[in-house]
Write a protein that binds this ligand. Structure first.
Ligand SMILES: [Fe+2]
Length: 411
């Protein structure tokens, strides 16, 4: 093959670069591109630096006129027609493109965390909850989930260690909404789920911080106190007088299990509110993936496995299925190894094929860490490249083993 499409990071002195710069040219970069004429031999790294500054990410090299790329580090080159694929009827929950929704989703998530922080602080000092504010926050979160569920979902892997109680409430809210959406719950009904998600742990405001944040194993007495928080939540929310009933059910039943082994009342699946069954899965998944003073956070694929293992015993079958449907087999933030030997982080789930997400490659096949991730779409490669060249995931791994903080790459 004389022509190869490679990352700008792999461009070296001695390579011949073609003037095919459609892909990766950003904004005014086209002005710089015209200077290339019919291509050029790279004679200095200064040229490479200038091309990078011009906004190029990937280029085509002609190996019959210059050096080949080491190890054949070719990137997937979408043909011009693939640049603006004709959008057929978008799948439900993906009416808006991820790249458009993610900007809004970041703001919505940030504002929601602030609201949770505010009402938790009010309740802990005997004050009340601004239910109108919570209702509006829920409406905004629901809107985003119904436009593109992947945007807010991708942000749930961000865990603010110092504000874990607040981020946990927002994450549980988002994850529960995602399950509700996959289960066919209407946008209007989802608003009470959102309220329940945001408020589900409000009872924790009544638990002493010395127990909530204890950096070690709890005594039986302390565990008992913590396990009373759903009852506190129920009491607080009922007293408000204007909290929808499904939201109160989420708050007092999110630690119940379908086999009756949960708390505070040991309800079984058929006694639980269907929305509370959704929140129960969301709550466990988020708690497992979060790092706490006494435990590290589990990688998403391991946490998903734990949830899957509880299917039918602790968690509702249907809820777990709908959860995995939305999160994918490799949720956003998973650290994965590819068949090429490269390693990277799942940046976006492809809902039509949960085994083939978009991956930001961080380590080359030689184990070298890239300056910035190179994003490849495994569905695109599967459909457009010969089977032996298309990248695929071979396994998920723990990013900490490779000294990678996935939060630096996602969101
Ligand atoms: Fe809880």
């Amino acid at each position: 093959m004389a022509k190869k499409y490679v990352s700008i990071d792999d461009l070296e002195v001695g390579m011949f670069m073609e003037a095919d710069v459609r892909e990766g040219a950003k904004g005014s970069a086209s002005k710089n591109v015209l200077l290339l004429g019919k291509g050029m031999l790279i004679t200095s790294m200064t040229q490479v630096r200038r091309l990078k500054e011009a906004g190029l990410e990937n280029v085509t090299i002609d190996t019959s006129k210059g050096k080949d790329v080491a190890g054949g580090q070719v990137v997937a080159a979408p043909p011009p027609k693939m640049r603006e694929p004709k959008r057929e009827k978008p799948p439900p929950g993906r009416q808006e493109l991820f790249k458009d929704e993610i900007k809004r989703a970041r703001k919505i998530r940030g504002a929601s965390v602030k609201i949770v922080k505010q009402f938790m602080s009010n309740v802990s000092t005997g004050g009340s909850i601004d239910t109108e504010k919570v209702g509006l926050a829920s409406k905004t979160l629901v809107g985003s989930v119904f436009r593109n569920v992947d945007a807010l979902l991708s942000l749930t892997c961000l865990k603010d260690y110092s504000e874990h109680t607040y981020t946990h409430s927002v994450n549980v809210c988002i994850l529960t909404l995602a399950i509700a959406h996959a289960s066919g719950v209407s946008q209007q009904d989802a608003e009470s789920i959102g309220i329940g998600g945001l408020l589900h742990d409000v009872g924790k405001a009544k638990i002493p911080l010395s127990i909530l944040d204890k950096p070690g194993p709890l005594t039986d007495e302390e565990r008992k106190i913590i396990m009373s928080h759903p009852l506190y939540s129920e009491e607080i929310l009922k007293a408000m007088g204007d909290i929808p009933e499904p939201a109160i059910a989420i708050a007092c039943q999110h630690h119940e299990k379908v086999n009756g082994s949960g708390y505070p009342r040991g309800l079984t699946g058929d006694q639980m509110h269907s929305y509370a069954s959704m929140a129960a899965v969301a709550d466990v998944y988020d708690a497992l993936t979060a790092a706490r003073p006494y435990k590290p956070g589990l990688p998403p694929h391991i946490a998903l496995r734990v949830v899957f293992d509880g299917k039918g015993t602790e968690f509702s079958d249907r809820v777990v299925d709908n959860f995995i449907k939305n999160l994918g087999i490799y949720p956003v933030g998973s650290f994965v190894k590819l068949n090429t030997g490269e390693m990277g982080v799942v940046m976006e789930v492809n809902p039509q094929d949960s085994l083939r997400p978009k991956v930001g490659i961080i380590f080359t096949k030689f184990g070298n860490q890239r300056q910035s991730p190179m994003v490849v779409d495994l569905v695109w490669e599967h459909k457009n490249m010969p089977p032996r060249q298309a990248r695929s995931i071979t396994q998920a791994d723990d990013p900490k083993r490779h000294h990678i903080n996935v939060e630096d790459y996602v969101g």
